[in-house]
Structure formats: C-alpha cells, structure tokens
Design a protein around this ligand. Structure first.
Ligand SMILES: Nc1ncnc2c1ncn2[C@@H]1O[C@H](COP(=O)(O)OP(=O)(O)OP(=O)(O)O)[C@@H](O)[C@H]1O
Length: 256
C-alpha cells in the first residue's frame, strides 16, 4: 500500500497455535500469525470466521484455551484488557463503545487521562499539552466542529471517526480496527483511508477487519484469510484475493 516504514518488519504481535472453543464450536483453530511493524494486515473471511474472536483474545477480552501470544517478544496471555492497552495495543469495537452522554472532546480526553507520560510539557502545562493534542486529533478526524456535541447526537460516520480519534489518543503502537469503515459513504471512507495511511507513515501498525473489498485492496500490505477459525491463507493481497478456492468460500458465504 505504501513505502514501508523504516522499522517495518519487527514482529510486534506473535500468535502461536491459538485455540478457542465455544461449546461445540471451534472459533479459533490452531492460528499462527505474526503482525509486523509498519505492515497493514487485513483479516478477511466470511461472517463468523472468528476474526473478532481473534482480536478479543489479543486484547484480553477472551482467554484462549491454548496457544501463545507475544507482544514484542514478551508473553501477553494472562494480562487484563487495561494492562494490554497500556502496553500499546489499541482497538475499536464493532459497537464503538463510546461514552454516549459525554461530548466528543470528553470522549477523547478520557483516553488521555492515564497517559501523562505522553505529554512532555515544554513551556506549556501538561494539561495544555493534552488539550492541544486532543484538538489536533479532532481536527484530523474531521470532528473539530463537533467537539462540544454529545457522542449520542453525532451522525453514524462521525461516531466511527470518534472511535478512531479515541484510538489515536492512546498513542498506541498497534491499532486493531474492527470494521472501522462499515456503513461509511464513499466520501467518509476516502477520508478514513487517508487518515489511516498517514498514521501508518508515522509509524503506527494496523490490523484491520474489513469486508469491503475496495478498502481491503487499497489499504492492505498483507491479507490473513480466516474461515471457521482456521487461517487458510496469509500473504500478499493479490495472491490471496485471486485464489479461487478462497473466493468461493468468501462469496459463497456472502451471498448465502
Ligand atoms: N461469547 C460467545 N459465545 C459463543 N459463541 C460466540 C461468542 N462470541 C462469538 N461467538 C461465535 O463465534 C463465531 C465467530 O465469531 P466472530 O465474531 O469472531 O466472527 P467474525 O469473523 O468476526 O464475524 P463477522 O464478520 O460477522 O463479525 C461465531 O459463530 C459467533 O457466533
């Protein structure tokens, strides 16, 4: 998708032989996958393939039955979601999980509250630094004009951008984005792609769950294809998307 970032290649998240079962349903089946710095990896697969479940295991919202996950070489399993977030792993949720009755600005500010280390005051106070950083994020996500609106009063696309703004405010090294562009009109997803590309250029690593193949093609450096909990392919976008076997699985499910 873009010129690789200078530190591209280092394995940030190493997933090994991960398994998760819900009753009789194997939702993660021996998944081994590396998420590398500077690489945009897209998780693709039919509904119910286990994509969100994989995110949930990385972020500590679900505990795998077996397998390992390492963050920059250190074991991640056993840590709680807030500890994992603090390590530099941020995510969005399909249901966005905004603070509906807070303003847009407050939604972003709350993320920065426990991250004093991000703000290195020079002449200004840490509080002013935070406020300036939040303003910059609202500007970049197109929400500056809505800063004092309550989240619940935003249009759908604005709510999606607010969830991205909250991820930006974490200063995380890797972003796990769960269908961030679903339901966006073309103009909004053009803006979303631009924003994502610029963050990747600045060193953010992204793993994204996406169904819109236009977006998948335009943003991915690499595609990991999941079906029924299994990783069926992991490679360059053209190879994966042109595989007739995978297309039959994907479109078969899509049209059923
Ligand atoms: N907490 C749970 N308890 C039982 N089954 C679950 C639970 N969470 C997910 N599942 C099931 O696990 C399977 C994988 O779900 P998951 O949400 O990970 O799929 P997905 O690939 O993200 O799908 P989609 O593209 O529709 O979001 C589905 O069959 C789902 O119904």
């Amino acid at each position: 998708m873009s010129t690789p970032h200078p530190c591209a290649g280092e394995v940030l998240l190493g997933i090994r032989h991960l398994n998760k079962r819900f009753g009789g349903l194997q939702v993660t089946n021996d998944v081994t996958l590396d998420l590398r710095a500077g690489v945009v990896t897209t998780l693709v697969g039919p509904n119910g393939a286990g994509k969100t479940t994989l995110f949930n295991q990385i972020t500590g919202h679900l505990v795998p039955d077996s397998g390992e996950i390492h963050w920059m070489g250190r074991p991640l399993l056993g840590k709680r979601p807030h500890e994992i977030a603090r390590l530099g792993i941020a995510r969005t949720f399909q249901d966005l999980r905004l603070f509906d009755h807070m303003t847009v600005r407050e939604n972003v500010l709350t993320v920065t509250e426990n991250r004093a280390w991000l703000w290195q005051p020079g002449g200004r106070s840490a509080r002013d630094e935070r406020a300036a950083r939040v303003d910059a994020i609202l500007d970049r996500t197109g929400l500056a004009g809505k800063a004092e609106a309550r989240a619940i009063d935003l249009a759908y696309a604005e709510r999606k951008f607010l969830s991205i703004a909250r991820v930006m405010a974490t200063g995380a090294r890797i972003w796990l984005l769960d269908e961030p562009a679903s339901g966006l009109d073309r103009g909004s997803y053009g803006h979303f792609l631009e924003l994502l590309r610029s963050e990747v250029r600045n060193g953010v690593t992204v793993c994204i769950i996406e169904h819109n193949l236009d977006i998948v093609v335009s943003i991915s450096d690499r595609i990991a294809f999941l079906d029924q909990g299994r990783l069926l392919a992991d490679g360059d976008p053209q190879t994966v998307l042109n595989d007739p076997h995978l297309a039959a699985i994907y479109f078969g499910e899509q049209t059923s």
